[in-house]
Design a binder for this molecule. Structure first.
Ligand code: FAD
Length: 456
């Protein structure tokens, strides 16, 4: 068969860039097509945290971990779901994945030792020094370029080319690119999920369909739709990552480390809404069921701690995102709530944090302990970050047909694939699940696609 390149990768976020690196490293010629004007997608917006078990960085820090513990952690949080074999696969691959990125491709990832984050019993998140996904993207783009792969931006893929049931290329159609067809030995779908597609959200995840979408605009679900047209299986379509507190107006996340260190969230009427320690994702539908906005209440100690560790929080502080409140009455004034209600909520929370009385919502973890004056208050809204459901893939990231066979020439990873965060809802999401499937399956998909192209 005539072909223009060995491998086409659709989408230049974490999954696509990693797939392109793996495929090029295996000797394939690669076309990496991105519909937006910049590479990065959701990966750029993320904190860039990738979980890995048994990595050399953990060993150097004296942290004992294993793929078995990691898989057990993720499954405990997610509950049973449609992609459990992907959990085991990615846990098994995770240490070599992070080491490969750092050692072979100069990607700056460091073990985060100051907190564990949601779903993990051991410190295993590896992130760029600044804990910003844009640095991960820049490092991945540089690594791809060193291997001769150029990110072709402004080139939206509009559909797949099919011959005799096999995927043989893509059709591109964009304002800047014009229309053309590109043929290849294999195609990797790395176009993320459907967080930016309200219609698909209403179909699959109505509970979060009307919340603010905080991910990249490019996640409009078309790659999942093309695969379904080809008869692919889909799984875990109701699962998603939410975030309970995006700073309102500033548009940056209010780091959940604030909650882990002892902050709470109050509704506009000054009441707590639930056990915040369930995690930033699981708490998102709790907030959105009650209100469109809420208020994170922390204190000086928490503020200074997170400020010292997290650049995005520092940016939020510098932009004036935190309002100082000398006492409970001042908190009430900022929120616009009844003073007695706010005082009662904070008193009840302090009693629980001191261990004097059980928390009415069952929270048992209070970080530094009771909040002290002065308080700091951040106005925030709950949001959808990304969807976690998609096409079923094998251990080689091949897309699975409803009849159990694989679709020849088609591979997928990241938000296009069925994720590892449970079947539905926001509470199965462990920190790093998004990038684990993006980068973990991306590497596998790139390598598999290169092999498939090489066999033909
Ligand atoms: C604020 C925020 C914070 C997060 N923090 C974390 C974190 O710390 N750790 C973690 O694991 N996860 C995190 N996530 C989730 C994580 O960002 C995503 O799960 C992950 O980036 C998905 O990677 P991806 O490569 O599948 O998609 P993306 O990074 O979104 O890349 C997909 C790319 O494909 C392009 N594309 C789409 N359709 C087409 C098309 N038709 N043709 C060509 N190109 C196309 C898009 O424009 C995009 O550039 C966070 C998400 C958000 C929004």
């Amino acid at each position: 068969m005539e072909r223009d390149v060995d491998v086409i990768v659709v989408g230049a976020g974490g999954c696509g860039l990693t797939a392109a690196i793996a495929a090029a490293e295996a000797g394939a010629s690669v076309a990496l097509l991105e519909k937006e004007e910049r590479a990065g997608g959701n990966t750029w917006l993320s904190t860039g945290s990738v979980p890995a078990a048994g990595s050399r960085f953990q060993k150097e820090a004296g942290v004992q971990d294993s793929p078995e513990i990691m898989a057990a952690d993720l499954l405990r949080k997610s509950g049973p779901h449609d992609a459990e074999s992907t959990v085991e696969l990615l846990a098994r691959e995770s240490a070599s994945l992070v080491e490969w990125l750092v050692d072979d491709h100069q990607v700056d990832l460091r073990l985060i030792t100051d907190y564990k984050h949601v779903g993990h019993s051991i410190t295993r998140l590896h992130a760029p020094a600044a804990r910003k996904g844009e640095f991960l993207v820049k490092d991945l783009v540089a690594a791809a370029e060193r291997l001769g792969v150029e990110v072709v931006t402004g080139n939206p893929v509009a559909g797949l080319l099919i011959e005799d049931g096999a995927v043989v290329g893509v059709r591109v159609a964009g304002e800047r690119s014009g229309e053309y067809e590109l043929r290849a030995g294999a195609v990797v779908l790395a176009a993320n999920g459907f967080g930016g597609n309200r219609e698909m959200l209403r179909q699959w995840i109505p509970e979060i369909a009307e919340a603010q979408y905080f991910g990249a605009h490019g996640s409009t679900g078309e790659a999942i739709a093309w695969s379904e047209e080809l008869g692919s299986q889909v799984g875990n379509m109701g699962a998603y990552q939410g975030y309970a507190a995006v700073a309102y107006l500033h548009g940056s996340i209010v780091s959940w480390t604030t909650v882990e260190m002892g902050a709470c969230l109050l509704s506009p009427s000054g009441e707590r809404m639930g056990d915040e320690s369930v995690g930033y994702s699981a708490f998102a539908p709790v907030v959105s069921a009650v209100t469109e906005e809420s208020w994170v209440v922390l204190d000086q100690r928490i503020r200074d701690y997170v400020l010292g560790n997290e650049e995005e929080f520092r940016d939020l502080v510098e932009m004036g995102g935190l309002a100082e409140a000398a006492d409970e009455a001042a908190v009430a004034r900022i929120i616009g709530a009844d003073e007695a209600t706010v005082a009662a909520s904070l008193e009840e929370f302090a009693q629980a944090a001191q261990g004097n009385r059980p928390d009415p919502f069952g929270r048992t973890d209070f970080g530094f302990g009771p909040l002290g004056r002065p308080y700091y208050v951040v106005r925030s809204v709950p949001a959808l970050f990304h969807t976690q459901g998609g096409v079923t893939v094998t251990d080689t990231a091949a897309v699975v047909h409803a009849d159990g066979t694989t679709i020849p020439g088609l591979f997928a990873g990241g938000g296009v694939a069925a994720g590892v965060s449970g079947r539905d809802g926001a509470d199965g999401y462990s920190s790093g699940n998004g990038l684990l499937t993006a980068i973990g399956l991306g590497r596998i998909a790139g390598l598999s696609a290169a092999r498939t192209a090489g066999e033909e």
